[in-house]
Design a protein around this ligand. Structure first.
Ligand code: SF4
Length: 298
């Protein structure tokens, strides 16, 4: 099994080599804006779903590659992998680049989960709501998750973790923007090193709307000291871009089909689709439950 993807240019982390520890899409949430589609395994159960040794062997084999960060991310929520501490420690032994954990932050209210991430260099959690109603609207969580406990968990993490925490807030038109002042209060309590405001980038699987650039600018007044995540450099592989265009010119494909046809990870393909869609070269097409991408003609 292939656990690593990229390196891909990340808006926050330069060139990031991704590690995927989960079968798609295993998550504690089913966010309305998720680029990976609906969550098929909504769970709070932490398990070893992939081979620990297999992951570490693959990381060792890429130790000489050119990348800035090793990022635990992927097809769902990395905190659902039991034994994250062994992966982080093993990765740090194998490579001399910082190890980053991208997480939705929902499980930090559990002490044993916080303990497993202490050796990461950087944790990038997210928080999109401050009340249970908004949490359920934007993140569609597992029924046992409570936003108050999650916020407390993030406060605890800040107290115990010595590395940097960059907290991301995803703002979605009509879903959570109204709650921004309350989210900002929670962020202040958590006191991360950086606060990064984001909005929906295309292509999410569902028709949710981003905030306009001027609305994002106004949000900087609500979240003091925050930054809006800038567009990442478009230094993607030309060869892969041509391959994706070629495939989509033959017939519309879903994200999953593109993954099978190109042997690339979904998260990597999403970077290309995002750029191709912003350049008006491809369009999306919804058919029943499925989201297809197709080349724009003439
Ligand atoms: S937490 Fe991330 S992977 Fe999970 S549903 Fe939300 S956006 Fe998707």
């Amino acid at each position: 099994m292939k656990f690593l993807f990229g390196p891909v240019p990340s808006r926050r982390l330069g060139l990031s080599l991704g590690v995927d520890l989960l079968p798609p899409k295993t998550c504690t949430l089913d966010c309305a804006y998720c680029q990976l589609g609906r969550t098929t395994c909504l769970t709070l159960a932490r398990e070893r779903r992939v081979s620990q040794e297999g992951v570490l062997a693959e990381i060792r084999s890429r130790s000489e590659d050119d990348f800035d960060y090793l990022t635990l991310a992927g097809s769902g929520e990395p905190l659902l992998h039991l034994g994250l501490d062994e992966i982080i420690r093993g990765a740090k032994d194998a490579i001399d680049r910082p190890v980053v954990l991208l997480t939705n932050g929902t499980l930090f209210f559990r002490e044993e989960v916080r303990e497993e991430v202490m050796e990461a260099d950087l944790i990038v959690p997210s928080l999109d709501a401050a009340t249970q109603a908004t949490f359920e609207r934007v993140n569609r969580p597992h029924p046992d998750l409570k936003i108050d406990e999650i916020i407390e968990g993030l406060v605890r993490l800040r107290e115990e973790f010595v590395g940097e925490i960059w907290l991301e807030v995803m703002l979605v038109k009509d879903l959570n923007e109204i709650e921004a002042p309350l989210i900002a209060e929670a962020v202040e309590r958590i006191d991360p090193d950086r606060v990064q405001l984001n909005t929906v980038v295309r292509p999410p699987a569902e028709p949710v709307q981003p905030l306009a650039p001027e609305e994002m600018e106004r949000m900087l007044e609500v979240f003091s000291g925050a930054e809006v995540i800038a567009s990442w450099k478009r230094d993607l592989s030309k060869k892969t871009e041509v391959l994706i265009i070629d495939l989509l010119s033959r017939r519309p494909c879903t994200l999953e089909e593109l993954g099978n046809l190109t042997d690339l990870h979904r998260n990597e393909i999403l970077k290309y689709l995002e750029v191709l869609e912003s350049e008006d070269k491809i369009a999306r097409l919804r058919h029943g439950e499925n989201l297809y991408f197709q080349v724009k003609r003439g």
